[in-house]
Write a protein that binds this ligand. Sequence first.
Ligand code: HEM
Length: 250
Amino acid sequence: MLSYVFVGILPVALLFLPWDWLFELGNESNQGPLLRLLSRRELSLYDGEEGSKGLYLAILGQVFDVHAGHKHYGPGGAYHGMAGKDASLAYITGDFTESGLTDDVSSLSPLQVLALYDWLTFYQREYKAVGLLIGRFYSDTGQPTEALVHMEKSLAEGRRMKAQSEAEKVQFPACNSEWSSANGGRVWCSTKSGGVERSWTGVPRKLFSAGSTNVRCVCVEDPSAAAEDDPNLQGYDSCPPHAESCSVKD
Ligand code: HEM
């Protein structure tokens, strides 16, 4: 009975659908479901202020309805500056001034771009997607712009760098360290140092990062093989090559 009523009123209901809105969303170039395209001006009408149309924000050109996070993004909220606009850069810099609230993310390093995409994943998980913002990342037909393609390349590079650094952390886990005014510093290895649980203890070595002055203590499993292979590894002064603990002056 109920379904009959529904079928009966469906054609009438269709007359009242906001067709212009649907057509605005519908777009062959967007392969997923219907997408709404918003201009910057349109998005600015959703800043949650009195009389506004709602509470939206954009990140990397994707628009989300953040009404559920009103306490953060609404007037008086700590992140209200992000409402009604794409302030992608501020997610990384923490600069919430007017000039910091921008979608110009061209200055970000690949690892920062990776962190920005983590924020995008957060919004995709926590909030309802509304559509795409026409401008820096999407064209007026909803196509990705050069800037977005560049971001995606940078994201891939960021992922590669992170994977490499994680692999390095397992190969060369960090040492334990302590310092006291009476005895000075000491670095040593254990089977859990650097947060990496393993079957070997290893011996402390200085690891110099290529292209920077950064030096840190890492545990090396086989010091003779590692020292030969890796010019970035160096032993500690006056510490026997196979000692698991070394005193350090600095
Ligand atoms: C780069 C700097 C920062 C950015 C971009 C940032 C961004 C954000 C955003 C967007 C939210 C809202 C998340 C949501 O929708 O649920 C949030 C929540 C929050 N942030 Fe930050 N934040 C930053 C730094 C900080 C710092 C330094 C603190 C602490 C001193 C802090 C404390 C909080 C707290 C307590 C919440 C609320 C968590 C909750 O109630 O669910 N944030 N932050």
